[in-house]
Design a protein around this ligand. Structure first.
Ligand SMILES: [Zn+2]
Length: 250
């Protein structure tokens, strides 16, 4: 790994020291912030979403180089290696360039409202245990410090269906949910799939695109057309985790 600088002092200005948080897992040691591909969060936005990605590159070092290359114009706040090393690339206070076009609920500038986490993974392999454990430690810390609820930990494929497929069908969303770091549906009374998908947060797209994104995350083993199982599960998510409930009531 190319970076090993200690994180001492990096977060001093944020008032949010990693070391004082009570997380269930060890807080990862951060490397120095490295990527120039970032800017201020727009309109004073604060992070209230976490977007999970995979790098789709052969190795972590290659991904780190690309995420720090000014010519690439992409970045993320963190890169987690296959061995569980957490590399800080952009300070959380800054707007990293990871999400691109897309939306979650009424949020269309996802970069300004989110923290982006890249997992070193070529896209065709399982995520190793040390990497998942490190991700859980990082997520626990982030959600606690920014007071982000678990339903606002989403995949790149959730906010950009049809355009993005990461973190992909091998990513263990249920494991995160069991640790309070994401959500997992229970069957409810089936309803209108597309309406419920949008109520949960998915962008306003055709049913086929919504179904593909939903299944990629919640039913990667499923095939065939829209079923009552799909409708039952998305109904539960829409009911328990309506994306813009606070704004809608205001
Ligand atoms: Zn991505």
């Amino acid at each position: 790994m190319a970076t090993a600088m200690p994180a001492v002092g990096i977060l001093r200005g944020s008032g949010l020291p990693f070391s004082k948080q009570s997380s269930r897992k060890p807080v990862p040691e951060l490397s120095a912030y490295l990527s120039p591909n970032a800017g201020p969060r727009r309109n004073g936005a604060l992070p209230d979403l976490v977007v999970i990605h995979y790098t789709a590159m052969p190795g972590c070092a290659e991904a780190e180089a690309r995420l720090c290359d000014p010519a690439a114009e992409v970045s993320a706040h963190y890169l987690v290696s296959e061995t569980g090393h957490v590399i800080g690339l952009v300070p959380e206070e800054m707007r990293a360039w990871h999400a691109g076009a897309g939306a979650w609920g009424n949020c269309t500038d996802v970069n300004s409202r989110s923290i982006g986490i890249e997992l070193a993974n070529g896209g065709d392999a399982p995520f190793p245990e040390p990497q998942m454990a490190a991700l859980e430690g990082l997520l626990t810390d982030i959600l606690h410090r920014w007071q982000i609820p678990p339903e606002r930990v989403i995949g790149h494929s959730d906010m950009a269906p049809a355009r993005k497929s990461d973190p992909g069908p091998r990513f263990d969303w249920k494991r995160l949910a069991l640790n309070g770091l994401s959500v997992w549906p229970e069957p409810a009374e089936p309803g209108d799939f597309a309406a419920d998908a949008r109520a949960f947060g998915y962008p306003d797209l055709a049913e086929a695109a919504l179904l593909a994104a939903f299944r990629l995350r919640f039913r990667p083993w499923a095939s065939g057309g829209l079923s009552d199982e799909d409708r039952a599960l998305i109904a539960d998510l829409a009911t328990r985790f309506p994306v813009d409930a606070v704004q809608a009531q205001a």
